[in-house]
Write a protein that binds this ligand. Structure first.
Ligand SMILES: N[C@@H](CCC(=O)N[C@@H](CS)C(=O)NCC(=O)O)C(=O)O
Ligand SMILES: [Zn+2]
Ligand SMILES: [Zn+2]
Length: 310
């Protein structure tokens, strides 16, 4: 049942003490093992006829995503912070890696670019910020590019960083849902910190740009923050049943080491407080009547939020 083996048992004992470990329940044990041995986070493949997305857990709570065009077997990697893991996945799937899609310049997303282009030559490296390592193609809002037969549309979503890009992926004439890679702009049930932007910019990013995508679009975000985000969402809207149900589901996923990614744009509108700033319930919690002022207020509150244990 528990992954991790003796190495992580040793680490867990050192961190907790034998007594605490013996008193811990299965969920707590799983948490201890995952935190001390985060290699145990499981990967996952979302397979459609036209495109495949392999979720590759990286660092403590980041995700890299291998995007495969099934028609040509060409592939792109989103935020390859751990290049060797990327090349292992490329080999496993037998695909040709041609493209790097960088969401933003922060180290936990762009920090593997330089190494990856040395290990694998000829890659096109896309990003919206000159601070992105090994950048070969600087993109702007609505720049289009191709990965095999897939269309990728770049969406400028400044706020977390000024050069943040989300990548929207569609297959021409397909009836299957599109995918969007949202980096640190939109998380499942949350959003990124406003390091280089304003509440107005995050409103434009979440509501006007990402919120206008097809509702069934799969959302692949930069971090596994879902449980903490939903605990904040519950604090904002204690009577929202969608939040309670998603939190119970996310806890079960976490306990078995599985990702809570992807969600959909339609789902985000039901439980993500930052996508719900036009709702009276969220505005009342913030003591505001304007959606952009509400955005600013709940982001500030989350910056200082102490996440409860349950
Ligand atoms: N609160 C984060 C701390 C790390 C952090 O600040 N992460 C950045 C992205 S690298 C962020 O924007 N987090 C959004 C948030 O804390 O709501 C966590 O849940 O571990
Ligand atoms: Zn970031
Ligand atoms: Zn990040």
């Amino acid at each position: 049942m528990l992954g991790g083996g003796w190495r992580s048992l040793g680490t867990a004992l050192a961190a907790l003490g034998t007594g605490a470990l013996l008193r811990a329940g299965p969920a707590q044990l799983r948490a201890v093992f995952l935190h001390t041995e985060h290699e145990q986070r499981k990967s996952k493949t979302v397979a459609q006829v036209d495109m495949k997305v392999e979720l590759l857990p990286a660092l403590t709570d980041n995700y890299m995503y291998l995007l495969i065009d099934e028609e040509t077997k060409e592939a792109a990697i989103v935020d390859p912070v751990q290049p060797q893991k990327v090349l292992d996945a490329v080999k496993k799937h037998g695909v040709k890696l041609t493209t790097v899609l960088t969401t933003h310049h922060h180290w936990d997303h762009a920090g593997g670019n330089e190494k990856l282009v040395k290990m694998e030559t000829g890659l096109r490296v896309y990003g919206g910020d000159s601070r992105v390592g090994a950048l070969t193609q600087k993109v702007s809002h609505l720049t289009s590019l191709k990965v095999g037969s897939l269309n990728v549309k770049c969406l400028c979503t400044p706020c977390h960083t000024s050069g943040h890009i989300c990548y929207y992926v569609t297959k021409p004439n397909s009836s299957e849902p599109p995918a969007v890679f949202t980096g640190d702009t939109l998380f499942v049930a949350g959003c990124g910190k406003f390091f280089e932007g304003t509440p107005e910019e995050m409103y434009r990013a979440l509501i006007e740009i990402l919120g206008s995508l097809e509702p069934e679009t799969r959302v692949y975000c930069g971090h596994e923050y879902t449980i903490n985000n939903l605990k904040f969402a519950r604090h904002v809207e204690p009577n929202n049943v969608a939040i309670q149900e998603k939190l119970a589901w996310a806890k079960a996923k976490y306990d078995s080491g599985e990702p809570t990614i992807p969600s959909t744009i339609a789902e985000e509108f039901t439980y993500n407080p930052f996508m719900r700033v036009r709702e009276k319930t969220v505005q009342q919690h913030a003591g505001e009547t304007d959606p952009i002022r509400t955005m600013g207020a709940i982001r500030k509150e989350k910056d200082n939020f102490r996440v409860p244990k349950d």
